[in-house]
Design a protein. Structure first.
Lengths: 315, 283, 339
């Protein structure tokens, strides 16, 4: 297992390289030279020159890239202009919120979406199937910003059940009840993202239902629920795991809008704020972090798949 | 003419999708005829009539500046149509070009597809935001930003399909008869791409609405005074408790449009080939 | 074994199975009457599409309802009419008193569970055993079906076994509760010739040990000749001939059976071309009135179109559904093959 992980991480380097090139190009595509862009309109020419020297912007571009990439590999993603702190630290502060939000959202998606897909497939073609699929499609059509506002309006303001904004840290305070701040955001984020899971579980179940071993299971005299869960679902799951993984990655930053609506101090909101503040190192850093996260999740998904499917071996 | 009948026939057993199609048509017609069917000027400010609930005069009520919401929502349909068309055009043209080139010139294709893979690893909205950072805000830029999201998936699908088509033996025959690459592309590959791309276009149109509305909402898309649905929800945030209709009508318009497009796209996809479900299942 | 005085293990009376479609109901099985005595091996023979597999599924209660369902007749087993039982009661019998093995061993086992676990599941569905006791049963069964190193093999996954081994596992799974009747639907068709022989030998040996009856469904007359005690021939959903195995091969009475046997390739035959039965089976909804075989039968006359021939006695325990069955005298003049 250890060698496998190592091999995979090494294989991920080209991906990382391509990502780095893209991100690096990104900062240089912004009109104006990076230094004055970063320092803003108010900067004096001396400050600009100093920053240029510091970033090595007077060197040829490939040298700059190598320098920067080297730093990235060591975990140095630069310094935030706004916070005057290492980018990684700034991102780290938002990580707690975003990760918890993503986690709760995933739990909701799995708990609601997976059974919905199973039920839909089990009664496929009938009214239940159509209703579930239709509902899933409806949810996928709802913009997160609208749902968030709507929930705030109905639940918090009118019924005054849950808080509407912010998220005091759980890790720092150790106060688990703070998680209630994430309930509405999680619901908001899960609704549109669950449709895909419902659809995939349903499709996976329908494909698996046709397999011969399902007939064998019935021939053994198993009750229908056992056939559905232990045989059909258990096999259909293999194909769904990958999507679940990538949904999770996506959630961390698809939450941009949700975090804005609920004023959550997460990475998503950080992106929007950084755009407004022209804090490009942070934006760059977030994109790199997301890509690395994506690579890691990819790896985990593959490992989990080998546990789920004995036919697949680690290579 | 037969193409039209063919198209309509796929709604025979799918009443829900048929309703979706009707709704889309209504929205498109309303969008096109906006200047003639709106009772009020969507930009006209009327301080006296601020925040009035829906009534006989203002069917959807008025917003915080006294502007008629119904007229604004109709104009919003216009913006939705324009941005939708823009995004689909960008996504399809670049995506198909990228896909076909990658399929035809494998070394180039390998590199390009790797890049596409990485880009697909970046969540959609984040990618769009990155483009906004580089390009700036505004209608054209947000069309490019959102279009970029779907260029990747379109390129992937086109790449896969093109490779499949080219691998079929009859292409070998045609090539050996001396047909040029371009000719093959034109006569064999493109016609086979039309159907899947039509489905793709429908879904892109649908989800582009959500993406562009989100950009607008964040203040990173269209200028704030342009009556787009996203903008409408954004600027009325503060007044939602006092005037819930400000949230319901534009929001409802988005949901209705996207849902209808999804229904139609689903029906199209069922008709085409259930196999493609896997490619398009990204949605 | 053949002359059983007691009740038959399975008795089908006028069984009709209909398949629903937009054009109406099509009877895949038409008024089928069969019986299998205790410990007997009945070979059910016919071309693909003749309804033999559906008959098996009907007996097991595995029809794809509501599109495919029993529309008439009775299935008597263990003193009850299966048609009248509830789904739950049927399920209790399935895998316990009646078991079935299928044609494709490569795909008939669940790939994510070990074969031991799948056997355990089979036995614990019908018997209250602890997991460890069930596991012991499973290993014992694997041993009985001839899997070497059963104790360690039980921890293998299906993809780690060959086709022949997987079929043995299927047999083990079917027999682990000691059923009275085993239905084998083309169990050797997907296997190579030498494995075929092994599996057939295994089935016969197990039949001896368990004292169970076997409904052997196949299109391969060679298999029938090897293992069957009696044979039933089906054509287009109907039973057309039934006889003890030797009798059938010696004196096939129904023109279809005759043609089937005649079309078997033989090493000692004089002809160089394979003989075929002219024509093909009618598609659903296009079945002929009267005797459905008449358009391919050289003995057909106007009478054959008028009514469905009844299943008449043509010999000892030998029945054929034909107005003009081939008599013994004609069989004698058989060497040239033409009727």
């Amino acid at each position: 297992m250890g060698t496998y992980i190592l091999k995979r991480l090494l294989a991920a380097i080209p991906t990382l390289l391509i990502a780095a090139v893209l991100v690096f190009a990104f900062i240089h595509l912004i009109p104006g030279d990076p230094a004055s862009v970063m320092l803003g309109d108010m900067a004096s020419s001396e400050e600009i020159e100093a920053l240029q020297k510091e970033f090595g912007l007077d060197r040829p571009i490939y040298e700059q890239f190598v320098l920067w990439f080297g730093q990235v590999l060591q975990g140095d993603l630069g310094t935030s202009i706004y916070f005057q702190e290492p980018v990684l630290a700034v991102i780290g502060e938002g990580a707690e919120t975003s990760l918890f939000l993503a986690l709760f959202t995933m739990i909701l998606i799995v708990v609601i979406g997976v059974p919905a897909g199973i039920v839909s497939a089990s009664f496929h073609g009938g009214k239940v199937d159509q209703s579930v699929s239709g509902l899933a499609m409806l949810f996928a059509s709802i913009p997160t910003f609208w749902l968030g506002l709507y929930l705030i309006f109905t639940v918090s303001v009118t019924l005054d059940l849950l808080p509407t904004s912010g998220f005091p840290s759980v890790i720092e305070s150790g106060d688990l009840s703070n998680f209630r701040y994430l309930i509405l955001p999680a619901i908001t984020l899960s609704a549109p993202n669950s449709a895909l899971v419902v659809r995939l579980v349903r499709a996976g179940m329908l494909d698996t239902m046709r397999e011969d071993f399902v007939r064998t299971a019935r021939a053994k005299g198993l009750p229908e629920w056992a056939v559905t869960i232990r045989h059909i679902f258990r096999n259909a799951l293999i194909g769904v795991v990958a999507t679940l993984g990538f949904t999770f990655v996506g959630l961390v930053s698809e939450a941009v809008v949700t975090e804005t609506v609920f004023a959550l101090p997460g990475i998503g909101r950080l992106v929007v704020q950084s755009i407004a503040r022209r804090d490009y190192p942070v934006i760059q850093g977030i994109i790199m972090v997301v890509i690395v996260f994506y690579i890691l999740v990819n790896l985990i998904v593959d490992i989990v798949t080998t546990y789920l499917d004995p036919r697949v071996k680690l290579q | 003419m037969t193409a039209v009948f063919d198209f309509l026939s796929l709604f025979r057993h799918r009443w829900l999708a048929a309703i979706g199609l009707v709704i889309i048509l209504i929205i498109v017609v309303a969008a096109i005829l906006a200047p003639w069917i709106t009772p009020f000027d969507p930009l006209k400010i009327d301080a006296i009539a601020r925040l009035t609930p829906p009534n006989a005069e203002h069917w959807f009520g008025t917003d915080h500046a006294g502007r008629d919401l119904f007229s604004r929502v109709i104009y919003g349909a216009r913006m939705a149509l324009i941005t939708g068309i823009g995004v689909v055009t960008i996504a399809l043209s670049f995506g198909v070009l990228l896909g076909i080139l990658s399929a035809y010139y494998p070394p180039l294709g390998l590199v390009l597809m790797r890049v596409v893979d990485v880009l697909m690893g970046i969540p959609a909205l984040l990618l769009a935001l990155a483009f906004v950072v580089v390009l700036g805000k505004g209608l054209f830029n947000s069309m490019i930003a959102v279009g970029a999201i779907y260029v990747t998936t379109t390129a992937r699908i086109t790449y896969g399909l093109t490779r499949k088509i080219v691998a079929e033996t009859y292409i070998e025959a045609v090539t050996s008869l001396g047909a040029s690459d371009l000719r093959i592309m034109r006569r064999h590959v493109l016609p086979n791409l039309v159907s899947p791309l039509m489905v793709q276009a429908t879904f892109i149109f649908a989800f582009a609405q959500l993406s562009t509305a989100s950009l607008d909402f964040l203040g990173l898309g269209l200028p704030p005074d342009v009556p787009s649905w996203g903008n409408m929800v954004a600027e009325t945030r503060r007044y939602i408790t006092r005037a819930p209709w400000l949230l319901m009508f534009p929001g409802g318009a988005i949901i209705l449009t996207v849902f209808s497009l999804n229904l139609v796209g689903d029906a199209l996809r069922d008709r085409l080939d259930p196999r493609f479900k896997d490619d398009l299942a990204k949605w | 074994m053949v002359d059983s005085i007691g009740q038959p293990v399975l008795e089908l009376t006028d069984l009709t199975v209909g398949i629903g479609s937009e054009r109406g109901v099509f009877n895949a099985v038409e008024a089928l009457s069969l019986r299998i005595e205790e410990g007997e091996v009945l070979g059910l023979v016919g071309e693909s599409g003749c309804g033999k597999s559906i008959t098996a599924l009907a007996v097991m209660g595995l029809l794809a309802a509501p599109t495919v369902r029993i529309t008439g007749g009775h299935i008597r087993f263990g003193g009850r009419d299966l048609v009248e039982l509830t789904t739950a009661e049927r399920r209790r019998l399935r895998g316990d008193r009646i078991a079935m093995i299928f044609q494709e061993p490569m795909t008939s086992l669940n790939p994510v569970y070990t074969i031991g676990d799948q056997l355990v599941e089979a036995v614990r569905t019908h018997r209250s055993l602890s997991r460890s006791a069930a596991w012991r049963e499973a290993v014992a069964m694997l041993d009985r079906v001839g899997i070497p190193g059963a104790a360690s093999r039980a921890g293998n996954y299906p993809h780690e076994l060959s086709g022949g081994m997987r079929q043995r596992v299927m047999i083990a799974m079917a027999l682990i509760c000691g059923p009275d009747l085993l239905i084998a639907d083309e169990p050797t068709t997907a296997l190579d010739v030498s494995t075929q022989a092994q599996i057939l030998d295994l089935l016969m040996a197990l039949r001896q040990d368990f004292g169970m009856a076997i409904l052997m469904i196949t299109h391969d007359l060679g298999v029938v000749a090897e293992v069957a005690d009696r044979v039933a021939v089906m054509y287009a959903g109907r039973l057309v001939e039934t006889a003890p195995v030797r009798e059938l091969f010696k004196a096939p009475t129904h023109p279809y059976t005759h043609a089937l046997l005649g079309s078997m390739p033989r090493l000692d035959a004089q002809e160089t071309r394979l003989r075929v039965i002219e024509g093909s089976v009618a598609p659903p909804f296009a079945r002929l009135s009267g005797c459905t075989f008449r358009d391919r039968c050289q003995r057909a006359e106007t009478r054959c179109a008028g009514a469905v021939p009844p299943l008449d006695e043509v010999g000892m325990d030998h029945r054929a559904r034909c107005f003009f069955p081939i008599t013994g005298a004609e069989v004698g003049a058989q060497s040239s093959g033409n009727l």
